[in-house]
Design a binder for this molecule. Sequence first.
Ligand code: PGA
Ligand code: MG
Length: 224
Amino acid sequence: MKSPLVVFDLDGTLIDTAPDLIASLNHTIASLDLAPVNYENLTHLVGHGAQAMIERACRLRGHPLESGDLPPLLQRFIAFYTDTMPGDSKPFPGILNAMDALKAAGFGLAVCTNKLEKLAVTLIERLNLTHYFDVITGGDTFTVRKPDAQHLIGTIERAGGTLSRTVMVGDSANDILVAHNAGVPSIAVPFGYSDVGVETLGPSRVIAHYDELTPDLVRGLLAA
Ligand SMILES: O=C(O)COP(=O)(O)O
Ligand SMILES: [Mg+2]
């Protein structure tokens, strides 16, 4: 039987990236003379990748984008974010111990994020976390992204895992939805960037701290 696989979302789940996402977004929209956004705004903006984040921020600031506006803004975002990474971004409390314990128990670990793959890989590299993961897939790795089941299914395939032995961990609607769509159990964390309470998203479990993310919890969800 294949080892269990735990697939993590990135922004708001593995890593607290909010300060750098906000700074990069504000650097980007400043070029249009738009007022900055804050953490409260971010929960409505993040989760669908950089393009959607920029489009939503511009709309929020009363400047809906026209076709052709986006590419230079996206380049500006990517350049600034790449230059500043890892910035103030850091792994959430307890996640490294939890991943160490999962790996020691023989579990595979993977990342399935709607962040652009290159940005996700670079951030994880600069935080020296690359060795934890069998695979990192982003919002542009496949032709579809979360909440489309194929993003998670493709991630599991690349990690050498199997659908019936996988649990998804995330902070937002797209993570719980992608797990539901792929038919795998999900664990929600309440400290990320969801604009609604994560318990309302229908996860299999909510954990308040990564101390709770043990091999036994994952085995229990897989057995249920
Ligand atoms: O960057 C985003 O918009 C989403 O990132 P996430 O899927 O890792 O939460
Ligand atoms: Mg997230």
